[in-house]
Design a protein around this ligand. Structure first.
Ligand SMILES: *Cc1c(COP(=O)(O)O)cnc(C)c1O
Length: 465
């Protein structure tokens, strides 16, 4: 077996990759035909591929590299921690300093009485924890039948059996026997695609009231919790109308339903505050965290839990945990990441400077003939591609055909922008400078122009009837 180095020709790396490496959310045969893009290094907001091309990472990896690439401090901390204590668990009456310090820091940053952290290795595991935790909570209160979790279609909460069931991705539910029992889905607050003739405000209220209707239909004594992302990320950066969240909060309060806010993307500065719940004025009982917690430098996530929920389940043994819950290296790296976010004022700069500037430029793309709505909260943004803005039309081609063409034009212009169906989304590192915002927008506009030209050439600028 040859050593795999950056000096191996790209084609050889691609051949080895397709021979032995199975990729997530990928059609293997298609990838073999095209060859994967091999990323070899990264610094700041730029990736470098095996051909030496520099690419602006408009997605911060997978929504996670909040402090940007190449921060030596995190590497130093990881090396130090590996030498001192590379691993120990937190089961059976043991603990260690990195997990203690990180849990304390998260409790300090988290809003309200969210003062307790149950660690996992990522968001999927943390949401699996949440399913078991809310059911255990109600059982401990003498209500074992209060075990249904309500979620939303087109939500993303992870890819394990439990978290994939919580999510509302139809393509995922179609494979592997999902969802598990006692998960119920209501519709999402996507006004552009589903709002019909309603105003956004009317539509936001109507979609929130689906939660109330579901609680009444299923029975208040059966519903344990509602889970949602503050802004749907993988679903297409869908920002609910302003009327939506206050009504959701009112309904959860009225029927005593636990509110789980999945902050895996929105947490740690993405929306211009430490948590999306603060930006949108939501009061969670549990928050799911991962991604930006370590800026992706180490796999770590968790559930941040209120005093009331923690106190209630503390009375029994919670038969749950992961070998790597609170892993010392991951915890130490996450702590260093939070130190950098805080001491360098990155979250404040996002709120006061970078996000407003990006918003102005992003909304400027709305004058493009292909672009329908533009949405942005902090440093996560989307635009809807459409053949006809006035009627909010979808394309006649299969959903995602146009989005994929646009993504490929972005790639060709050395910009990573993702497509979700025919929506384009960005979620760049929070350290993006104003000059880098300009580069991102310029490349995005060029990609949109090229995409538009290609659609016209191929006769794809047609609206679905
Ligand atoms: C990515 C994501 C998850 C899953 O996290 P993993 O670390 O991939 O398991 C859960 N919820 C949301 C909102 C996410 O974006």
């Amino acid at each position: 077996m040859p050593a795999i180095t950056n000096h191996m020709p790209t084609a050889e790396l691609q051949a080895l990759d397709s021979a032995h490496h199975m990729h997530p959310f990928t059609t293997g045969d298609e990838l073999t035909a095209k060859g994967a893009r091999v990323i070899t290094r990264a610094n700041g907001v730029y990736l470098t591929d095996s051909e030496g091309v520099e690419i602006l990472d408009g997605m911060a990896g997978l929504w996670c590299v909040n402090i940007g690439y190449g921060r030596d401090e995190l590497a130093e901390v990881a090396a130090r921690q590996m030498r001192e204590l590379p691993y120990y668990n937190t089961f059976f009456q043991t603990t260690h300093v990195p997990a203690i310090a990180l849990a304390n820091k998260i409790a300090e940053l988290a809003p309200g009485d969210l003062n307790h952290v149950f660690f996992a290795s990522g968001g999927s595991e943390a949401n699996d924890t949440n399913i078991r935790m809310v059911r255990t909570y109600w059982a401990a209160k003498g209500k074992p039948d209060k075990n249904i979790l309500i979620s939303r279609h087109n939500a993303y909460h992870g890819s394990s059996i439990g978290s994939g069931s919580l999510g509302g991705m139809s393509g995922m539910h179609a494979q592997g026997g999902l969802p598990i029992p006692d998960i119920h889905h209501i519709n999402q607050p996507d006004w552009w695609a589903e709002g019909g003739d309603m105003t956004p405000e009317e539509f936001g209220l109507a979609r929130a009231r689906e939660l109330e209707q579901a609680i009444l239909d299923l029975g208040e004594d059966r519903v344990a919790a509602f889970i949602a992302e503050p802004v749907q990320g993988a679903g297409g950066v869908i920002v609910a109308p302003d009327s939506y969240w206050p009504e959701i909060q009112r309904i959860c309060d009225k029927y005593e339903i636990l509110l789980i806010v999945d902050e895996v993307i929105c947490g740690f500065g993405r929306t211009g505050n430490w948590f999306g719940s603060q930006t949108l004025n939501i009061r969670p009982d549990i928050m799911t965290i991962a991604k930006g917690l370590s800026s992706g430098y180490q796999p770590i996530g968790g559930s941040v839990v209120s005093d009331e929920v923690a106190k209630t389940i503390d009375g029994l043994e919670f038969n749950h945990g992961y070998t790597y819950s609170g892993h010392p290296v991951a915890s130490a790296v996450a702590l260093e990441n939070l130190r950098i976010l805080e001491e360098e004022g990155i979250v404040d700069r996002v709120r006061e400077e970078t996000a407003p500037y990006l918003a102005e430029k992003w909304h400027g793309l709305a004058d493009h003939p292909l672009v329908g709505e533009t949405q942005i909260v902090g440093m996560m943004a989307s635009l809807a591609l459409t053949p006809d803005k006035a009627s909010r039309a979808k394309f006649a081609s299969d959903a995602g055909t146009v989005g994929l063409i646009c993504r490929e034009r972005c790639f060709a212009n050395n910009l990573i922008m993702r497509h979700v169906g025919d929506r384009m989304v960005i979620s760049p590192p929070l350290v993006l400078s104003l000059a880098e915002v300009d580069v991102l927008i310029e490349r995005a506009r060029r990609a949109l122009d090229e995409c538009h030209a290609q659609l016209k050439e191929q006769g794809l600028m047609k609206a679905a009837s």
